[in-house]
Design a protein around this ligand. Structure first.
Ligand SMILES: Nc1ncnc2c1ncn2[C@@H]1O[C@H](COP(=O)(O)OP(=O)(O)OP(=O)(O)O)[C@@H](O)[C@H]1O
Length: 346
């Protein structure tokens, strides 16, 4: 028998004055998983998280956490902790006071507080910083204080809203690893909002990709990458994103309106032997490889990856080839067609 999901949202909707926030959100989240809510600005990620936290109440649908219907329960009744982008630290309190603030409110005994504080500071690498104020810390350290506060709360569910977006790229990568390790070590369930697909793909067991208040696809990072449910997912996930080609210019794939192709499936062909003739539009040197951006009147996002440094003149002609089995097929509404169905040769 399948274990009941730890967090369950069933047909949840939230509107403001009739205007859409999120619609028809259904999600089943297993205990102990790391789930990323991913999507462009305004797609409804934060609204979904706020509905889970109880900071917003839904107009429709139900939310259960650990088997309890919490649809209208107050945030304090949901047994969860939260970490925000803004850290939400008290500037006049020390690191230690910030971390144990919630425990004090809940009247946890002083000796117990000290023990929990030491462990949380240890886990987050903040031992020795307990007397500093947030203003005397770097952004990464402040975010660690917010994480330490979530750790001492000792809740089975932690909701995080873009916790790394105030950090520079290098720090983001290192705190990302800290958060992931924490989640695994503590065995907690994390629901994590981000608009950064690299972050979602590298951290999450399950990614929920949203657009315009609706879920586009829920799955493992591999599922989203290798079997995108529609052209939006295909173009959102992956760096570079999937190239999309008008089906009509590859006539052997009758019923596919759009054909998708990942950069790693493309190769440069000898003159006269390629399947598409493109023009080089840009070269992006990334160190170990160069991304060659190609333009073609019936395609978007065509990129060839070449090892090392390659400098090719913009406007130069380049023929490319690819294998049929690497193609993805989408219908006229952008939905994925069943595998191979487009390749019927009809
Ligand atoms: N309090 C509110 N009142 C009215 N509309 C709101 C409110 N909060 C959110 N919305 C609207 O709901 C939609 C979803 O917003 P939400 O903040 O969930 O998006 P998001 O994906 O988290 O975006 P971002 O990445 O920019 O934070 C947006 O169109 C937004 O304008």
């Amino acid at each position: 028998m399948m274990a009941a999901p730890f967090v369950h949202m069933d047909s949840v909707a939230k509107r403001w004055n009739g205007q859409l926030g999120v619609e028809d959100i259904s999600l089943s989240i297993p205990r102990g998983s790391f789930v990323a809510l991913l999507g462009p600005s305004g797609c409804g990620k934060s609204t979904t998280l706020r509905l889970l936290s109880g900071l917003e109440l839904p107009d429709e649908g139900t939310i259960t956490i650990d088997g309890r219907n919490v649809t209208t329960a107050a945030p304090s009744e949901r047994n969860l902790s939260m970490v925000f982008q803004s850290y939400a630290l008290f500037p006049h309190l020390s690191v230690a006071e910030n971390v144990v603030f919630g425990l004090k409110v809940r009247k946890v005994a002083a000796s117990d507080r000290r023990e929990k504080l030491t462990r949380a500071l240890e886990i987050t690498g903040l031992l020795g910083y307990e007397n500093r104020r947030p203003g005397e810390l770097s952004g990464g350290q402040r975010q660690r204080v917010a994480l330490a506060r979530a750790i001492v709360a000792n809740q089975p569910l932690c909701l995080m809203d873009e916790p790394l977006s105030n950090l520079d790229a290098k720090l983001r990568a290192s705190v990302r690893k800290d958060i992931k390790k924490l989640q695994v070590d503590l065995g907690i369930t994390v629901i994590y909002v981000t608009h950064d697909q690299t972050e979602a793909m590298s951290m999450a067991d399950m990614v929920v990709l949203m657009k315009d208040g609706h879920i586009q696809q829920t799955g493992t990072p591999e599922e989203l990458y290798y079997r995108p449910a529609n052209t939006f997912v295909a173009e959102f996930v992956g760096a570079p994103p999937m190239a999309l080609i008008e089906g009509s210019i590859l006539p052997s794939f009758g019923n596919a309106a759009t054909i998708g192709l990942r950069a790693e499936s493309l190769s440069v062909a000898e003159t006269g032997k390629g399947r598409l003739t493109c023009e080089v539009s840009e070269c992006e040197f990334l160190g170990s490889e160069t991304f060659i951006g190609l333009s073609h009147p019936s395609a978007t996002g065509l990129t060839v990856r070449m090892p090392g440094l390659k400098q090719i003149e913009t406007g130069e002609k380049m023929e490319i080839s690819f294998a049929d089995e690497d193609l993805h097929f989408f219908d006229a509404t952008g939905h994925r067609l069943a595998d191979q169905s487009g390749a019927s040769g009809s």
